[in-house]
Design a protein around this ligand. Sequence first.
Ligand SMILES: [Zn+2]
Length: 341
Amino acid sequence: MSDEERSGRCTVITLGTCGGPKLRVDRTGVSTAIVVDDAVYIVDLGYGASRQLIAAGYDFSQVRGIFVTHLHSDHISDLANVLLYGWYQGLSESAKPVTMLGPGSRGALAPAHAFAQEPAIVNPEDPTPGFAESYRYLLQAHSTDINDRIRDNLRPHPDEVLTARNIEIPFQVGFDPDTNNAPEMEPFEIYADEHVRVFATLVEHSPMSPAFAFRFETASGSVVVSGDTGPCANLERLAAGVDVLVHEVIDEQWAERNYADKPEAERQAMMLHHLSAHTSIEEVGKIAQRASVGTLVLNHFVPGHLVPGRWHEAGLHFDGTLIVAQDLDRIDVDAGRSARV
Ligand SMILES: [Zn+2]
């Protein structure tokens, strides 16, 4: 692309919009692309994200950065496909390895309050690997294939096309995965190139921790992707005045119905979890309103099967433009900015 063609135009594409580890045919796993000119940045890799990138008209030669909010499977399960298919579909055309950033280890398992005795776990010698370590495990798991293709198909070593790093949380914020998982903090920069500056903040998704939200600053506007979070001050600070806020949402009425048959203590515990670790339809509109967001884009729908009408109730609390996203929606960030003024 020549300098004349380089406009800084920024578009958000909802590659996948389904929340939770459920396979659906009408929504793929959660993933969002932020495209600046021809450079693609991806937040989260729910199942099908790689295929959706191709369906949106891009390939991996255009991917400049991948940002993972947290290590729940519905945000990371397509990482294997980025590696194993992206390798053949553009990644090896990149001049340098594509940067991938995600959370480090929480350090230890979260307390298992619900159990009289500790349940059996997997990988007990390393039960909470961070993003970079999880990626190394993935390389190990696929080493028969990878080594075969290096030697038989002359593929470059994966380290030449992808590099995975953990996001380092500023020491002074006092983060603790169990007792202080989203301390109030200023957003901090984690990535920059000629198209974007990317900032992170800690959000509330206990017991999964750390969990991040990201803000992208581009020449033509700003975008925040919430990841999974309950209402929290850090998210509102990160989203203040943003042109486009892509935010998760849960239907609290569905959650009530879902757990209605459970014993009262279990029902209350599950509701508390859902509404502290996720954001209800009512709350998400209020958050966008308080943060003076231009366009609110709902994604990561829990449950994934509800008709759009229910989700539109978020607009009762929000004066800006509300988009109840489907997979592969495109949102022009310039338009998102003008939506509020
Ligand atoms: Zn999650």
